[in-house]
Design a protein around this ligand. Structure first.
Ligand SMILES: *Cc1c(COP(=O)(O)O)cnc(C)c1O
Length: 404
């Protein structure tokens, strides 16, 4: 997609606006497929939480993708657009036994990440196949909030608890059909990833009825020009080889699964917002946009640096700006960033706005959420309407204070 097309969409659908490029999502999907083409059976479970719009789920379904879900609602979204239950894996953390049982009853693959639930579930449903999420204790990932494999992480069953885990499986007679790990986002060092994979293999060898090994995610995508990213070809080459050797040793061909979220949708997304005010203080030029962390929280929450371009004046002379939102709290999208000269009314475009952007948006400050558009085959299609004030009122009940 080019800036002209984006500017046109901003005019057509209004601001602020999320735009997703379908072609980019498809090419990322196919790139991953290709990198692992040497593996007999590859399964890509798209992590719904990254971007859960139904049309995006539908697009990936058409490509042959499966889904990784973390809540019963995400499972329901998948079913709603026609994913069959066998194409969905459910990897919750800290949810109730009831929710897990409800999802299992739908025929969705359950992935359990703690011994307490494993024991209860195994005792009650010994014939339901269960995947186990292990924590290999490999430190990976850039930000401590998204690094989930370290020793004090709340995710997964520690590999040091293997004896207890095996005891539970034996006592309940439950059927373990998969082993899973997800060490966190932003894995750059393939050797570190392969090291974690070895731990997964060592765990897997204890289970005789496995059908798949799920390596989670951790693909780093570029956030700016020349930014580092996971070398998918290299990972594909090395892991496929090791995986195939493991299958030979194990005596059965297993499915290799991944659960990419960011990798599939991050770069496909653009967030467009209008500049309401340019404000010069004694030290800084602020560009205040018609949005805030209610619509895009990653810069404030994770310190993420989204590339920002002034698409109304792409060739303009560059100046330094701090781009801020309209929330009545400090909500800085970028500090001291070189951007082509900004005038009030210009449209700024934030890159990498596909993953964890709309899906983490809220109505804070009683603002409506933006519309979403899917750019498909050269045309913009509205895939979520902009919220209205009715949506802000929805579900609220004004207590009649005169009747008490
Ligand atoms: C969030 C999540 C993912 C996706 O992570 P990305 O960094 O977006 O690729 C995969 N698996 C599990 C279990 C997750 O919770």
């Amino acid at each position: 997609m080019d800036t002209k097309q984006l500017l046109q969409l901003a005019g057509e659908f209004g601001n602020p606006l999320y735009v997703y490029d379908a072609e980019k999502i498809i090419s990322q999907y196919q790139w991953l497929q290709k990198a692992f083409s040497k593996v007999g059976s590859l399964r890509v479970n798209y992590a719904v939480k990254a971007l859960s719009n139904l049309s995006v789920l539908n697009l990936l379904k058409q490509q042959g993708s499966c889904l990784d879900t973390v809540s019963i609602e995400e499972v329901q979204l998948g079913l709603h657009v026609g994913y069959t239950p066998d194409r969905i894996i459910y990897t919750p953390n800290g949810v109730s036994m009831e929710e897990i049982e409800t999802v299992a009853a739908l025929g969705v693959q359950i992935n359990i990440d703690n011994l307490s639930i494993l024991e209860q579930f195994g005792a009650k449903h010994p014939t339901t196949p269960v995947c186990i999420r292990i924590n290999p204790h490999v430190m990976a990932g850039g930000n401590s909030n998204i690094s989930v494999g370290h020793i004090d992480s709340k995710f997964g069953i520690s590999i040091h608890q293997m004896p207890h885990l095996l005891r539970i499986v034996e006592n309940t007679g439950m059927h373990i059909n998969g082993i899973h790990m997800h060490t966190g986002s932003d894995i750059l060092d393939i050797e570190v990833f392969l090291y974690a994979a070895e731990i997964l293999f060592e765990t897997a060898i204890h289970f005789k009825e496995l059908e798949f090994l799920d390596f989670g995610s951790g693909f780093k995508v570029p956030y700016k020009k020349d930014d580092i990213q996971t070398d998918v070809e290299e990972l594909g080459k090395k892991l496929s080889k090791r995986f195939n050797a493991f299958c030979a040793e194990y005596g059965r061909e297993l499915t290799l699964a991944f659960e990419p979220g960011k990798f599939l949708v991050s770069e496909a997304g653009f967030f467009l917002a209008k500049v309401n005010v340019v404000k010069q203080t004694t030290s800084t030029v602020f560009a205040g946009i018609d949005s805030g962390f209610n619509h895009l929280i990653r810069p404030m929450f994770y310190g993420s640096e989204h590339y920002i371009e002034n698409i109304s004046n792409p060739k303009g002379k560059e100046r330094f700006y701090s781009v801020v939102g309209y929330i009545c709290e400090t909500d800085t999208f970028a500090s001291n960033r070189r951007i082509a000269e900004i005038k009030e009314g210009d449209i700024l475009c934030f890159r990498n706005a596909g993953a964890y952007c709309f899906s983490m948006s809220s109505n804070y400050n009683s603002r409506v959420r933006p519309a979403e558009v899917l750019w498909h085959e050269g045309k913009g299609h509205l895939i979520r309407e902009r919220e209205t004030f009715e949506d802000i009122l929805r579900n609220q009940i004004v207590l009649d204070l005169t009747i008490a």
